[in-house]
Design a protein around this ligand. Structure first.
Ligand SMILES: *[C@@H]1O[C@H](CO)[C@@H](O)[C@H](O)[C@H]1NC(C)=O
Ligand SMILES: *[C@@H]1O[C@H](CO)[C@@H](O)[C@H](O)[C@H]1NC(C)=O
Ligand SMILES: *[C@@H]1O[C@H](CO)[C@@H](O)[C@H](O)[C@H]1NC(C)=O
Ligand SMILES: *[C@@H]1O[C@H](CO)[C@@H](O)[C@H](O)[C@H]1NC(C)=O
Ligand SMILES: *[C@@H]1O[C@H](CO)[C@@H](O)[C@H](O)[C@H]1NC(C)=O
Length: 428
């Protein structure tokens, strides 16, 4: 198969950014207009120089993907019953209505290829086949995701798609699959930049629009190149259900903030909320920071059996709205203080000249953490209305120059800051 010249797209995006990525760039111009409440440091703090320039341009991922994936809770213990029951639970709990629409099967669905070389779903665990499952999922208004690997085997030593890209993509398309997570095991030492584009070409040639989730674990700095290849790219090694893992991964993902934007997102891995290894406060921090970082929100627990606290976190529509905001600029760490920098302020621009601001206490005692306007790129004289997205209420009408709150150990508050100026009211 003739390969599409991948450089055509990048040259075009350099020469004609508005024509190619107009939808993505327009909202940012509002900020580049520099409303009076912004200080000159704003565009340095929230560098978006790479925003919208590297998109795969298959029309998907205008906001980060939301849904569920089988791995973090079930690992290999999956079957068509548990996938269907999960789809049912996403509907009955209302999570689907909140945006969690992808139902993603991870590794272990396919033990072998048949004599024609086609992938065959495990006849014991998926006896009805993937097409029937896709029909079931689509019948509920949801979307089905599948998993393969840019290597000769998957991580659980099932058949990989390296050198089978075209056949496998055609097969996934024939099953009406909507999403592919593409892993990085048994890769023969071939660089990711050589192994991931062939699957992009194969998915595109299949004629079905399929979300392409690149999972090369951040080994080759995918933010620098994967925007042209996939709709999201993992920036780190696998998450595990611990505070140490979650905080480490948040910091690693933060580095690439300027590369995210509609069409392509940094992926710090799936959610562990509800899996039992972290406290309520820690899971709330995990969810708040993932939302602010414009990370994919892929639930990783058993949604058939969630506690009230797990449900409260995952269903917080105000936090989800930060993640799904149309501006699509990744929030980032803007200030640290205290020993080892454990008292942290994270923030990011939102549509409508608003900011999402998180006060995150990574220390072991409750502490008042303060966000200064200076750290947020706001003029210090500006008055700001502050809404607390976990308390679901306005907590300040006229904050000026700084805003602080007492934050429990390992907890994270998340707010929306709306600058209150006459000039702004006139603009909107
Ligand atoms: C399907 O998987 C679930 C989750 O691991 C398990 O509880 C259930 O027993 C399995 N069902 C069958 C029929 O294997
Ligand atoms: C294939 O790629 C072209 C060029 O980026 C794009 O316009 C088209 O929508 C893609 N088709 C599919 C099915 O992804
Ligand atoms: C979880 O991740 C942390 C941080 O990367 C690591 O120190 C720890 O060993 C991991 N735990 C497991 C069980 O893999
Ligand atoms: C539901 O989750 C609880 C822990 O929150 C666990 O103890 C229980 O075994 C689970 N029930 C099922 C049916 O999986
Ligand atoms: C963070 O903010 C504090 C005041 O809240 C300030 O003293 C400190 O210099 C800031 N740190 C950085 C790294 O900007």
């Amino acid at each position: 198969m003739a390969k599409r010249n991948i450089f055509t797209l990048s040259v075009f995006t350099l020469i004609l950014p508005l024509a190619i990525a107009g939808r993505a760039i327009v909202p940012l111009l509002q900020f580049q207009d520099k409303p009076s409440f912004l200080s000159p440091t704003f565009s340095r703090i929230f560098d978006t120089s790479m925003y919208g320039t590297l998109q795969l341009n298959n029309g998907l991922a205008q906001t980060p993907q939301m849904g569920w994936n089988s791995w973090n809770f079930f690992a290999c213990d999956i079957n068509e019953t548990v996938i269907k029951e999960t789809a049912d639970a996403l509907i009955s709990t209302g999570l689907a209505d909140l945006g969690y629409v992808y139902v993603n099967i991870d590794d272990c669905w396919c033990p072998t290829r048949n004599s024609e070389g086609q992938l065959v779903p495990d006849p014991k665990t998926f006896p009805s086949g993937i097409k029937a499952l896709a029909d079931y999922i689509h019948g509920k208004g949801l979307k089905l995701g599948i998993y393969s690997d840019a290597g000769v085997f998957t991580c659980q030593v099932r058949p990989g798609s390296l050198y089978h890209e075209s056949d496998d993509a055609k097969l996934f398309a024939s099953w009406d699959v909507d999403y592919l997570k593409y892993d990085n095991c048994y890769n023969l030492g071939i660089p990711p930049k050589d192994r991931y584009p062939p699957m992009r070409e194969a998915l595109n040639a299949s004629g079905r629009t399929i979300f392409y989730s690149i999972c090369e674990w951040g080994v080759d700095d995918p933010a620098l190149w994967a925007g042209k290849v996939g709709n999201s790219w993992r920036t780190t090694d696998d998450i595990n259900d611990s505070w140490a893992s979650m905080t480490t991964i948040a910091d690693l993902n933060d580095k690439w903030a300027s590369y995210a934007g509609p069409g392509g997102w940094n992926d710090p891995d799936m959610l562990e909320v509800g899996n039992g290894g972290m406290s309520y406060q820690e899971y709330r921090a995990h969810f708040s920071i993932w939302a602010l970082m414009k990370a994919p929100l892929l639930i990783g627990c058993d949604v058939r059996n969630m506690t009230a606290e797990t449900y409260e976190i995952l269903s917080n529509d105000e936090v989800i709205a930060v993640n799904q905001d149309s501006l699509g600029v990744q929030g980032r760490k803007v200030n640290v203080s205290g020993t080892d920098g454990v008292y942290q302020v994270w923030a990011g621009p939102l549509s409508g000249h608003r900011l999402a601001v998180a006060l995150w206490n990574r220390g072991s005692k409750a502490k008042t953490i303060t966000a200064k306007w200076e750290a947020l790129g706001l003029q210090s004289s500006i008055t700001v209305a502050v809404r607390d997205l976990w308390q679901h209420k306005e907590v300040a009408e006229n904050a000026v120059s700084s805003f602080g709150a007492l934050v429990d150990a390992h907890d994270c508050h998340l707010y929306i800051f709306t600058p209150q100026t006459e000039s702004l009211r006139n603009v909107f």
